[in-house]
Write a protein that binds this ligand. Structure first.
Ligand SMILES: Cc1ncc(COP(=O)(O)O)c(C=O)c1O
Length: 452
């Protein structure tokens, strides 16, 4: 089948097919144009230019079909060009494209908000409003928390990532590439330790308790709990390296927030929408956030994000204090409704668990005979390996292994404060045979000695 006549979506042939080297000649031509037209600040993980995508594959301009272990960074959980999303968006684009919800509203925005109020953890009364990106959702969650509490300080964690705007890059932990040269940063942001089991100095067993005690002590002594508007955390740190905080850490932080009138904000921008084998990652430890921010997987790639939270907090802000021209665009809302239907009807929460159950044992088997694999971790279809120099915990660069995977037609992403984490975020609709084939490519790519 010629790629020129093939649509994206699950009907694309679900195969890895390399017809040129990666990147191929046509992609290289386009990449040269990109370098002349686009600044280098906009990086490129894998310089193949895409024509179609769907199921578990991405097809490029040279006719190569690559296995997708990235989902556009945890966005196309339901797959690219998912049929229910396509159908709804096509109808909407022909009906109307924009009125601005704050000017003349439409039903789909309200339906998305109702559904998020019902689906997010906790059965208390909630409100939701819609914005355009994860960073915008986080900024708005902080605005709401400050307004409702009358306090200013915001507490974030080591290894956290929350976006690239002034406030959210301030909230982000890592300097290079996110903050370097972009100061001065926003005031009243404070950082405390995260319970990172693999790298906790006294070992994983004491990690939850010690990290929570340190965080709470720093908040109490250095900021003063009564000055803190919000504690903001990713239930699994995404860009920081898929760090699952040691069990027990999150409940202790929530308990401290509740006791001190601090708004607990869970940033589920990367972890949300079935990715971790729950609809939201907070569910794993029964955490009920006061506010939850979502984006990425919410609308299959159309720009949409949401702030959902306790009605008393969100209702505190005066009319006109929240919003934006495009927030909750009708195309994006229809896409979100298509995504939510797909997750439910195609049982993608269960599918994410199946992906984890397939990947984790194979990765652990690799770890047993390959000493550069220091740690294997993850939940559902949010899985990572942390690479180390054999026999140490010194970081081993993940980019080198990612490049080997890319050459073989497997798209993987890197992450981690130390740049030594390979992360896997396959679309939840990826067929099993591509998952297995991808793992085989990865196993070979990790075999550094044999492949050098
Ligand atoms: C946890 C988390 N928060 C916020 C963001 C920012 O989202 P966006 O890139 O849509 O602004 C990201 C993006 O990777 C993220 O992973």
């Amino acid at each position: 089948m010629s790629t020129a006549t093939t649509h994206g979506g699950p009907q694309l042939p679900q195969e890895r097919r390399l017809v040129t080297e990666i990147p191929g000649p046509r992609s290289r031509e386009l990449f040269a144009r990109k370098q002349s037209a686009v600044p280098p600040g906009i990086g490129t993980t894998l310089p193949v230019f895409v024509t179609h995508a769907g199921g578990g594959v991405i097809v490029d301009v040279d006719g190569n079909s690559l296995i997708d272990f990235g989902s556009g960074i945890a966005v196309t959980n339901v797959g690219n060009a998912a049929p229910r999303v396509v159908e709804r968006v096509q109808k909407q684009v022909a009906d109307f494209t924009h009125t601005c919800f704050m000017v003349a509203p439409y039903e789909s925005y309200v339906t998305v908000c109702e559904k998020l109020n019902a689906l997010t953890p906790g059965d208390h009364e909630k409100r939701t409003f819609l914005v355009n990106s994860g960073a915008e959702a986080v900024e708005n969650a902080v605005k709401v928390a400050r307004h409702a509490t009358g306090r200013q300080a915001v507490v974030v964690f080591d290894h956290g990532y929350h976006g690239r705007t002034l406030l959210t890059m301030t909230l982000t932990a890592k300097s290079m590439p996110y903050k370097h040269g972009f100061g001065p940063f926003a005031p009243e942001v404070y950082r405390v330790p995260l319970a990172y089991p693999f790298r906790w100095p006294t070992g994983p067993d004491n990690c939850a308790e010690e990290a929570a005690a340190q965080a709470i002590d720093m908040i109490s002594k250095q900021i003063g709990a009564e000055n803190v508007a919000a504690v903001l955390i990713e239930p699994i740190a995404g860009e920081g390296g898929f760090i699952e905080p040691a069990r027990g850490f999150l409940p202790k932080i929530v308990e401290f927030c509740r006791a001190n009138g601090i708004v607990f904000i869970a940033d589920e921008v990367q972890t949300g929408f079935a990715r971790t084998g729950h609809m939201f990652a907070c569910e794993d430890e029964g955490i009920v956030p006061d506010i939850i921010t979502t984006a990425k997987g919410i609308a299959g790639g159309l720009p949409l994000a949401a702030v959902t939270g306790r009605a008393d907090l969100l209702d505190h802000v005066h009319s006109g204090g929240l919003g934006g021209t495009y927030g909750g665009n009708p195309l994006a809302c229809e896409a979100a409704l298509g995504v939510l239907e797909t997750i439910e009807q195609d049982k993608l929460v269960e599918r994410a668990r199946h992906i984890g159950e397939t990947m984790l044992p194979r990765l652990r088997a690799i770890q047993e005979h390959n000493p550069i694999v220091g740690d294997v971790r993850g939940r559902g279809a949010m899985i990572a390996v942390e690479l180390v120099v054999p026999g140490t915990k010194e970081p081993y660069p993940a980019a080198e292994i990612a490049r080997r995977c890319h050459e073989q037609g497997l798209l993987v992403l890197t992450a981690g404060t130390y740049g030594n984490v390979l992360r896997f975020l396959p679309p939840l609709v990826i067929p099993d045979h591509l998952l297995e084939e991808g793992l085989t490519i990865l196993e070979k790519a990790l075999n550094v000695d044999q492949n050098v």
